[in-house]
Design a protein around this ligand. Structure first.
Ligand code: F6P
Length: 498
C-alpha cells in the first residue's frame, strides 16, 4: 500500500493538536481514495494556491478573497495588483493596540452591525468569557443587530450613556438595520445629555466605505478600515474583531489571529489526505452523494460555543447556498441546511430526529478536552459532558435493535468528532479558520463561488415599496409591479389595524 493510500485509510487526523476523528462516517478506505481523487480532479490543490495568492477567485465581483492576509502575523508579503497589503493590515493592528491602551473608564460598548459584522465578534466575546485566567476589562459588550427595537431597548436600558463607546460596523455602510440603529443610539446619547463633541469622541466605525462613514459623522481618526477583498462573513479577523481586543486585550486578539494563521498554514501545506478542512469537506460530500442529505448539524459540546452554529450558518449558507456554478451552470449539489446549538442541551431538543427520524443528518460533534471554567464542579461536569458527546455519536453510528419498532435505532448515522485541546483564543481562531477553509473547499468541490451573495439583494429591494405602502396607512393598496396581490392584501391587513 502506498503512503498516500495508507493515509487515506486513517480515521484519526490532527493538526495543531486539534484532532479530527472520522471513524463514524462509515466511509470505506476505497471510498476515501475515490474522494481524494475527486478532490484532485476538481482542481482543489490549485484552488488553494490561488486563494492564498490573491487570485480573483471571487469571479462575479472580480476580487480576491484574502481574509487570510488579516491573520498573516508573519507579515509575509501578500500582493493585490502588485501592492503588498500587509503594511496596511499591520497599521490597523497598531491602531487596535493603541485603542486598547487608550480606553479607560468605559463601562459599555455598543457594537452595531449585522450578519458578518456581528456574528464573529459576538461569538468570540461569549466563547472567551469564561476561559480560566483570561484577563477581561469587564466592560458590558452589547451587540445590536436587529432592526427590532426590542434589542435596542434592552441595551439602552442597561448602558450608561456618559461612559459608553459606540462602534458602527458595516463593510458597505449602506445596511439599513445598521444605519438606523446607529442613528437611534446617537439620538439616545444626545437625549441623555452628551454634547456634540462627547458624541464624536464616543463614536467609532469599522468599514470599507470610508466616505459614507465620514458623512454619517464619524471622525476620521475613529474609522478603522477594511477592504473589499474581505468578505463580510470572513471579516472577524479585521477591526470587526475590535471587541475581542478591547475586552480581552490585544495579546488575546493576536492569539486568536495566530490560531487562524496556523490553521491556514496547515490548509495551505498539508497533503489533502492529512488536511483537516479538506477531510471534513469530503466527508460531507460523500454523505451528500450517498444519502442525498439535505441538512447537517454542528453540535459544540461547549456552552461557550452556542453562537458557533449561527456564525457557521452564515458562513456556509451565504457562501454556498447557490444553484449555479462559477460559470452560471446549474449545480447538482450545493450547501445543505446547517443548524445546531450547544450540547448537551441539543440532545433534549432535536436529537430524537437524529436518532430515529427518516432524514440522515451528518453531525460534527465538537468537544474540548479541558473543562471550560474553573468552578470546583468543572471536572466532574466536564466528564459528563464528554461522555454524552461520545455516547450520542456511538448510538447514532451503531443503532440498536428491538422487537418493538418504536424502540429501534437504525444506526448508520454519520458523524465527525472534532476535539480541541482547550477553548482559548488560539483554538477559537483555529476552529473558525478550519471551518472557513472547509467552506471554501466545499465551494471548490461544487464549483461554486463561495465569496459573493447575490441572493440576499432582491428581498431588500422589495422591502422599500412595501415600507412606503405601510407608511401610507392606506388599506386599499392594489397589486402593482412591485407588490403582488398576496402582499398587497397583507399590507391592507396591517394598515387596517392602524
Ligand atoms: O445581507 C447580507 C449581508 O450583505 C452580509 O453578507 C453581510 O455580512 C451583512 O449583510 C452586513 O453587511 P455590512 O457589513 O455591509 O453592513
Amino acid at each position: 500500500m502506498s503512503a498516500q493510500a495508507q493515509l487515506a485509510t486513517q480515521t484519526i487526523h490532527s493538526a495543531l493538536d486539534v484532532v479530527l476523528d472520522t471513524a463514524y462516517q462509515g466511509i470505506s478506505a476505497d471510498d476515501w481514495k475515490k474522494l481524494f481523487t475527486t478532490a484532485r480532479q476538481s482542481g482543489l490543490e490549485q484552488f488553494i494556491v490561488d486563494l492564498f495568492a490573491g487570485k480573483h477567485i471571487n469571479k462575479s465581483e472580480d476580487r480576491p478573497a484574502l481574509h487570510s492576509a488579516l491573520r498573516n502575523l508573519s507579515k509575509t508579503p501578500v500582493f493585490i495588483n502588485e501592492v503588498d497589503v500587509m503594511p496596511a493590515v499591520s497599521e490597523v493592528w497598531h491602531r487596535i493596540k493603541a485603542l486598547c491602551n487608550k480606553w479607560v473608564g468605559v463601562t459599555d460598548v455598543i457594537h452595531i452591525g449585522i450578519g458578518g459584522s456581528d456574528f464573529g465578534p459576538r461569538l468570540a466575546i461569549e466563547a472567551l468569557a469564561h476561559v480560566p485566567s483570561i484577563e477581561s476589562r469587564g466592560m458590558r459588550m452589547h451587540f445590536l443587530a436587529n432592526i427590532d427595537t426590542a434589542e435596542l431597548a434592552r441595551i439602552l436600558a442597561r448602558a450608561q450613556p456618559h461612559s459608553t463607546r459606540v462602534i458602527v460596523v458595516s463593510k458597505s455602510f449602506t445596511t439599513l438595520e445598521t444605519s438606523m440603529n446607529a442613528k437611534a443610539v446617537v439620538a439616545w446619547l444626545k437625549d441623555s445629555g452628551c454634547t456634540k463633541s462627547q458624541i464624536t469622541h464616543a463614536l467609532y466605525a469599522v468599514t470599507a466605505n470610508i466616505a459614507a462613514t465620514k458623512e454619517f459623522g464619524v471622525s476620521e481618526e475613529n474609522i478603522f478600515p477594511f477592504w473589499d477583498w474581505v468578505g463580510g462573513r470572513y471579516s472577524v479577523w479585521s477591526a470587526v474583531g475590535l471587541p475581542i481586543a478591547l475586552q480581552y486585550g490585544f495579546e488575546t486578539f493576536k492569539q486568536f489571529l495566530a490560531g487562524a494563521e496556523a490553521m491556514d498554514l496547515h490548509f495551505k501545506n498539508a497533503p489533502l489526505e492529512e488536511n483537516l478542512p479538506v477531510i471534513m469537506a469530503l466527508s460531507l460530500l460523500h454523505q451528500q452523494e450517498k444519502h442525498d442529505i439535505k441538512a447537517y448539524a454542528a453540535i459544540p459540546y461547549a456552552d461557550a460555543l452556542d453562537w458557533f452554529p449561527k456564525w457557521l450558518q452564515q458562513l456556509d449558507m451565504e457562501s454556498n447556498g447557490k444553484s449555479v456554478d462559477r460559470d452560471g451552470r446549474p449545480v447538482k449539489h450545493s450547501s445543505p441546511v446547517v443548524f445546531g446549538s450547544a450540547g448537551s442541551n441539543a440532545q433534549h431538543s432535536y436529537f430524537q430526529l437524529f436518532h430515529q427520524g427518516t432524514e440522515i443528518i451528518p453531525i460534527d460533534f465538537i468537544a474540548v478536552r479541558e473543562p471550560m471554567s474553573d468552578r470546583p464542579e468543572a471536572v466532574a461536569h466536564h466528564r459528563i459532558l464528554l461522555s454524552n458527546c461520545l455516547a450520542q455519536a456511538q448510538a447514532l453510528a451503531n443503532g440498536k435493535d428491538d422487537s418493538n419498532p418504536n424502540n429501534v435505532y437504525p444506526g448508520k448515522r454519520p458523524s465527525n468528532l472534532l476535539l480541541l485541546p482547550k477553548l482559548n483564543a488560539f483554538y477559537l481562531g483555529a476552529l473558525l479558520a478550519l471551518y472557513e477553509n472547509r467552506t471554501a473547499t466545499l465551494g471548490a468541490l461544487w464549483n461554486i463561488n463561495s465569496f459573493d451573495q447575490p441572493g440576499v439583494e432582491y428581498g431588500k429591494v422589495l422591502a422599500k415599496p412595501i415600507e412606503k405602502a405601510l407608511a401610507s396607512h392606506q388599506n386599499d393598496i392594489q397589486a402593482s409591479a412591485d407588490i403582488d396581490a398576496v402582499t398587497a392584501a397583507r399590507i391592507n391587513l396591517l394598515n387596517s389595524n392602524n
